[in-house]
Design a protein around this ligand. Structure first.
Ligand SMILES: [Fe+2]
Length: 318
């Protein structure tokens, strides 16, 4: 059985119009919109749904995160490689929790903290993107050809990379649901129990980060979208800033996972991250133990704006 990544996110947004506009500005393709909300597609066919926070069809919100109110992800649906894998997972989960399967074959349940998750046979499509082909001294890979990043093309979110959830206490007890039941593997962990996990059908540094909140917060913290390259990340961040949306932190280079990232507050809930160039992990990898208080090991290798030095993803700064 393989979980192959995030398939769909469903937000309940206290300000529906703002939640919808943000995702248009983020570069997502709006496939449906009416007074009940809007649906968006990434390039690989994965989906974002924005609904009003009061929509009774949504699972209840699980969030206690000042300064956020009712806006949050209400369900995250993970894609599974085959119907047979999905059936196996549903049987395994049904042993100790309620699992319902809807008319579309999507299974719905909750993790051990109470966050609503779904499982569905993946319908995502392979993505083909032009190779950036950088020219570095001694490694020229592009002759007689302008750089891909020099094209005046709108940046496009290609696929989901990862999700992050706050946990108000030690995340270790909550890992087992994802690792033992859903097959996630540990890539790196922190001394406070926070865990970077990758799905068994993926090689990204992490597809899920369970992060302990020093402030006791719970709730969906951020979603990361994979973009073609750093040019696309920069263009996406600049485009949403130009529309008035507020950067949380970025652009920057992480040293854990190595991604080039830009985080923007999302009015539908939490933060949206534009990401590229993350580490890929094989079975040869040995998980590392990270001290989150060690600035030499954890945090940003560089950040473009001096006011963001020392600011973490999802850290609210007035
Ligand atoms: Fe992230």
């Amino acid at each position: 059985m393989s979980i192959v990544g995030v398939e769909k996110l469903v937000y309940g947004s206290a300000d529906l119009a703002a939640g919808v506009k943000f995702h248009k500005d983020w570069g997502l393709d709006c496939t449906r919109e009416n007074s009940d909300g809007a649906d968006f597609e990434l390039a690989d066919g994965s989906v974002v749904e924005i609904r009003p926070a009061g929509d009774p069809a949504l699972p209840p919100a699980v969030i206690d995160w000042a300064p956020w109110g009712r806006s949050t992800v209400r369900e995250a649906v993970w894609g599974v490689d085959t119907q047979s894998s999905l059936d196996q997972l549903v049987r395994a989960l049904s042993g100790d929790r309620d699992v319902s399967v809807d008319a579309d074959g999507v299974a719905h349940t909750r993790d051990d903290f109470g966050y609503a998750i779904g499982l569905a046979v993946s319908r995502r499509k392979p993505i083909e993107t032009p190779t950036p082909n950088p020219n570095n001294i001694g490694h020229f890979s592009r002759f007689n050809e302008p750089a891909v990043g020099s094209r005046r093309e709108p940046p496009q979110p290609l696929a989901f990379s990862h999700l992050v959830y706050w946990l108000p206490d030690d995340p270790k007890p909550y890992r087992s649901f994802y690792m033992d039941k859903l097959g996630f593997r540990l890539t790196d962990e922190a001394t406070d129990g926070s865990a970077f996990l990758r799905a068994d059908g993926r090689t990204d540094h992490h597809n899920l980060f369970l992060q302990r909140s020093r402030d006791g917060y719970s709730g969906f913290q951020h979603v990361s979208y994979e973009f073609r390259d750093f040019d696309a990340v920069m263009m996406a961040g600049l485009a949403v800033e130009a529309e008035g949306w507020k950067t949380n932190v970025g652009p920057l280079r992480h040293n854990i996972g190595s991604s080039l990232s830009w985080y923007v507050w999302n009015p539908a809930g939490g933060v949206a991250e534009a990401l590229t160039d993350q580490d890929q992990i094989s079975e040869d990898w040995q998980p590392r133990l990270i001290d989150p208080g060690d600035p030499g090991f954890y945090g940003h290798t560089w950040v473009a704006r001096k006011e963001h030095v020392g600011i973490s993803p999802a850290q609210w700064v007035d």
